[in-house]
Design a protein around this ligand. Sequence first.
Ligand code: NAP
Length: 251
Amino acid sequence: MAQHEQVILITGGSRGIGAATARLAARAGWRVGINYHQNKAAATQVVTEIEAAGGRAVAVQADVSQEADVLRMFDTVTDALGPLTALVNNAGILETQCRVRDLDAERLQRIFATNVTGSFLCAREAVRRMSTLSGGSGGGIVNVSSGASKHGAPNEYVDYAASKGAVDVLTLGLSKEVAAEGIRVNAVRPGLIYTEIHASGGEPGRVDRLGPQVPMQRGGQPEEVARVILWLLSEDASYVTGMLVDVAGGR
Ligand code: NAP
């Protein structure tokens, strides 16, 4: 199938890494489903940019942790753009930096609901629709994990790091389950990337503080992650599955 006939759904496509991936995907000829949770204006802006450049995109509100929302989101994207051939499981959250001794159950539930349950539900729906076993034409999934799953994010957000550990294992297990069904499943593990997520942790300047400690001595741009995501979904990565690709400047 030519790239211009293919449809990609990017969860959390309204801002940050997801928005960069949406813009780059559209430039490469994908039709792009852009999911957002609350920031409709940001999602609409990405759609407008893509359409102005001659591409096709649709914005879809959904909370990825809610099963009914996920089902509606996949149906909306398919109805608007055609059968799905790729999913980027990118939506993710963290909360204010704190130690494990100060965590409570409600916060743990919020973090795991979005980062883990959301990733599982979206991966399940993508598999059901893309698998050659159910009449699909195959496809690709890229999960957006984090370097935090390697270093554990001590004193900041071990809960978030643990949720990304689950995303890594989802990638490893699912990739083997669906390898013979035409679906490749990989993950990227970004390091310190300039997005608004660090403000959610209470430290908007975190990348500037820690960037100099990275072997490459700087933080990364969302586009530098987006390029790897799109490479993993491309034919150039046709024999790559079950891989966790660090995009972290050597960290
Ligand atoms: P961001 O700028 O804060 O954007 C987060 C995106 O996720 C937004 O589009 C947001 O939608 C969406 N989202 C949040 N909760 C959602 C939900 N329940 N349902 C649907 N969408 C939801 O974050 P980012 O830095 O680009 O992060 C993207 C991914 O990269 C995350 O999985 C994050 O863990 C991972 N990551 C980031 C870094 C980094 O340094 N930035 C490093 C490692 C991994 P709204 O716009 O509607 O709020």
